[in-house]
Design a protein around this ligand. Structure first.
Ligand code: ZN
Length: 403
């Protein structure tokens, strides 16, 4: 048994003061420090002064395979970025060996995250993920727009999916990702989603990320025309967006980005089991604009870092700060609280994991973070947590100290 005491606890919805948390793998009790010590006199005790205990984050959209990128890829605009991915993909994948994956996982845990959605293109990182302390939804991704490659791409997906299913347990789940409406042939998407439905997987899909994607899917014009001609000898988009979206009617879906989604697309996905994944830093760095949060709010939404292929960090505190600043019409204090709740409780719910709350019976996945000593108004704690935190002091996953 461990007892952790700090000045405050964010449950995350409510602020508890003068309380401590007792836990083994799960949270056993929340009470005053003296009461808990009386009940568990042999417990290991960790006390903090100006600090707050909150649940660890879930980061539902990362691409660990691209963790070797620092400045190889071109940021600023979507097509130059995509061209740089194509030009340097092999080099980056080769550089991202086991040590690189471990380093990325370590950075994720140290910065207060205990669950991720890993989008996997090739599956080389699968074992390292399954062995890590993280809770992982492992999204095996399909891509392929050319009808001639559909069978081969499906076979590659099935091989990886079967391999990940063998590793599956309470904390590592085999799931499905459809790359996007511009890059996955209708038949390939349909066949893959049938597997997802049958195996009751979560499905992740990039949708309406860039203006370029919008122009291409709506009218077959824009920068994608040259891109598809050059790389795939393709002159027309392969999917009509609404018809493509209808494929997701019977699965549980994570729609990623949604910056350029149209009203009728929002309406359609609201009739499905959908959640929205918002990656403000990635969207900003690739020149894609800002998600309209008002449209996302009727659905469960969470923040994600995306991969190091379109971000400088996998630290959720960076993402929280970015979200705070790219949505200036939201009152800062109330919005900070909303963001913390969505990055913890809601993000875990989206991934189907039980952590994300400091409550009796929940997994003991928690972080302890310093708060400014001069904090006067307790209700401003969420805002100052986002503004001042680089990294937590301590991180526990299922009661085990990770940092
Ligand atoms: Zn992505």
């Amino acid at each position: 048994m461990t007892i952790v005491h700090a000045k405050h606890i964010l449950s995350p919805d409510t602020i508890l003061s003068d309380q401590a948390v007792a836990f083994d793998e799960k949270i056993v009790a929340i009470d005053s420090f003296d009461n808990l010590l009386g009940r568990y006199p042999d417990a290991k005790v960790i006390r903090f002064e100006d600090a707050v205990i909150l649940p660890t984050f879930a980061n539902p959209h990362v691409h660990l395979e691209f963790s070797a990128n620092t400045a190889t890829l071109s940021y600023g605009d979507f097509i130059p970025w995509l061209n740089s991915v194509i030009a340097h993909r092999e080099e980056l994948l080769t550089k991202c060996d086991e040590e690189c994956i471990h380093k990325a996982i370590h950075a994720i845990i140290e910065s207060g995250t205990s669950a991720i959605g890993q989008i996997s293109s090739y599956g080389e990182e699968m074992e390292a993920c399954a062995k890590s302390p993280l809770y992982i939804r492992f999204f095996n991704e399909v891509i392929g727009s050319n009808p001639a490659v559909v069978d081969a791409m499906y076979a590659s997906f099935m091989e990886r999916f079967a391999r990940s299913q063998k590793l599956a347990n309470d904390r590592f789940k085999a799931d499905v990702a459809i790359h996007s409406p511009y890059s996955v042939h209708y038949i390939l998407a349909k066949k893959t989603l049938e597997v997802a439905k049958k195996e009751e997987c979560l499905v992740s899909v990039h949708f309406a990320e860039s203006r370029t994607e919008r122009e291409w899917l709506d009218s077959g014009t824009g920068e994608f025309l040259g891109f598809f001609k050059k790389f795939l000898n393709q002159t027309k988009p392969i999917n009509e967006p609404l018809r493509f979206l209808q494929l997701f009617e019977e699965t549980k879906n994570l729609f990623v980005h949604m910056v350029w989604a149209k009203d009728e697309e929002w309406e359609l996905i609201k009739s499905f089991q959908s959640s929205i994944i918002h990656c403000p830093i990635s969207n900003r760095l690739l020149g894609n604009g800002v998600l309209d949060l008002q449209k996302a709010r009727p659905l469960p939404y969470a923040l994600a870092t995306d991969g190091l292929s379109s971000n400088y960090s996998l630290n959720m505190y960076e993402e929280l700060r970015a979200a705070l600043f790219v949505h200036p019409r939201n009152e800062a204090k109330a919005f900070a609280k909303e963001l913390v709740i969505h990055a913890t409780k809601i993000a875990h719910q989206i991934l189907g994991f039980d952590a994300g709350e400091i409550a009796v019976g929940k997994p003991a996945c928690l972080q302890v973070v310093d708060i400014p000593k001069d904090l006067k108004k307790l209700e401003e704690i969420y805002l100052h947590l986002i503004l001042h935190t680089q990294s937590p002091q301590k991180v526990f996953i299922d009661g085990t100290e990770q940092k």
